[in-house]
Write a protein that binds this ligand. Structure first.
Ligand code: LLP
Length: 434
């Protein structure tokens, strides 16, 4: 992927940097981000909209990987930002991310989280439910402060990797149903509000999607509704946010489309459907997470112990596991790997890569083809950049790994490794026996 090469010394290099040297300098587990790959993706999304003359915002869905440095990087790339909690919003503000390009999501935003958003004067709140409308009215009226909003709707299109299903009513905890009057009711509640400025609609149909049909169908359904509101009430929609979900290649079984293909299909559908109904062309916003940072991330581990289960398989264990990557245990997610210090050698052995956590389900890769492994070797697991660190935990009191950025032969620490002292930072002494 990306800028990965095998150096003359047989080591895996990323961004012109020897990963074995990175492991030495920063320790393992270590997550290495290939910034050039992220830049290229970000530009591909942005430039495609530009090429087709469509006003757009590409908002990085930062739940995929959130920290100050990545926010500053996304700011440099002129992206917008999707945050889903007070914590992500706080981090973004600390990173000096332009507030007017921050969009706030979530199905149960608290009063305090919404206050933080108003204080920061963020660009848009994506409203999820009726309770949130009440809170927003209360806050905006009492502060006499305006706020841009989108209504999140569930169009009854649920996309999966290769196909999508359409249902009259989707069983989702998110958003206003488009098909049973909920969206209409929400529209009525906000459309003429003094302080809430309804920019348009939002939907997100799924994640790790390899086809464009689901996006087109969802866009059509949203535009149909907008057409209805336009006819009845003269409403003009300024923004159509079609969410994220663009797939990446984790293993050879995955065949995602290029970013420009997803965007071109969206642009085509939105242009067609709006002109058919004589509606003004809205801005299109999207929210890629995984496709920006997923395959840009590689986790380096040190290989330690080994166990042979005769006639069945051979385990090698690494110094991390489900604490830094829960996806195999949680979703049965698949990954590929190489031994970074032997990347030039054939992968003619088969190992199951186990983590170090006290759970038998803590396996990162089952039956991985790998170079012959010895203790001290550095294992590089690819495509761990999305929903890895961001879903990491301290289970077993394992400290979270460090994160480094690499580009053009340079490297920098983006998140320092957690220390044992960090682990006990919030722990209190036992007192009730006094
Ligand atoms: N927008 C909304 C409203 C979302 O809910 C999500 C992801 C995204 C954008 C970004 O989707 P992406 O482009 O990253 O697919 N933890 C799971 C993924 C959960 C995705 C949740 N929502 C995983 O590790 O696969």
């Amino acid at each position: 992927h990306g800028t990965q090469t095998i150096g003359e010394n047989g080591h895996l290099h990323i961004g012109g940097v020897d990963t074995v040297e990175l492991a030495k300098e920063y320790g393992t587990p270590l997550i290495v981000y290939d910034l050039e790959l992220i830049r290229n993706r970000a530009r591909a999304f942005r430039d495609t909209f530009q090429k087709h003359g469509v006003n757009a915002q590409v908002a990085y869905a930062s739940k995929a990987f959130s920290c100050i440095a990545i926010y500053q990087f996304m700011k440099e790339e002129n992206l917008s930002l999707d945050v889903v909690s007070g914590g992500e919003l706080y981090t973004a503000l600390k990173a000096d991310f332009p507030a007017e390009r921050i969009h706030f999501h979530g199905n149960n935003k608290s009063y305090d989280e919404l206050l933080l958003a108003f204080d920061a004067k963020i660009g848009c709140i994506v409203v999820d439910n009726f309770y949130e409308i009440e809170l927003l009215k209360e806050i905006s009226e009492s502060r006499k402060q305006s706020m841009n909003i989108l209504l999140r709707v569930t169009p009854g299109v649920e996309a999966h990797t290769h196909d999508f299903i359409t249902t009259g009513q989707e069983d989702s905890k998110f958003g206003f149903d488009l098909n049973n009057g909920q969206a209409d009711e929400a529209f009525q509640l906000v459309v003429n509000h003094e302080y809430l400025n309804l920019l348009g609609l939002h939907c997100h149909i799924g994640s790790q999607i390899f086809e464009t049909d689901g996006f087109s169908l969802a866009a059509s359904k949203l535009i149909e509704k907008i057409g209805e509101w336009n006819k009845k009430y003269g409403y003009e929609c300024k923004v159509l946010n079609l969410g994220g979900g663009f797939g990446i290649r984790y293993t050879e079984e995955d065949h995602p489309l290029e970013p420009h293909v997803y965007v071109e299909e969206m642009v085509k559908t939105v242009k067609e459907e709006t002109s058919k109904r004589q509606l003004p062309m809205p801005e299109i916003w999207i929210e890629p997470g995984r496709s920006l940072v997923g395959d840009a991330g590689t986790t380096l581990y040190t290989i330690g112990s080994r166990k042979v289960v005769p006639n069945i398989r051979e385990y090698i264990a690494v110094d991390g596991g489900m604490s830094d990557n829960i996806r195999p245990a949680l979703y049965d997610a698949k990954y590929e790997a190489v031994i970074a210090n032997k990347a030039n050698l054939p992968r003619n052995c088969t190992y199951t890569v186990a983590g170090k956590l006290c759970e038998s389900g803590d396996k990162l890769i089952v039956d991985a083809p790998l170079q012959k492994a010895e203790p001290g070797d550095i294992l590089a697991v690819f495509c761990t950049g999305a929903y890895g660190y961001s879903m990491a935990s301290n289970y077993n009191r394992v400290p979270r790994p460090a994160v480094v950025f690499v580009e053009n032969g340079k490297h920098q620490l983006a998140i320092r490794r957690e220390s044992y002292d960090d682990l006990i930072l919030n722990d209190m002494e036992y007192q009730l026996n006094k």
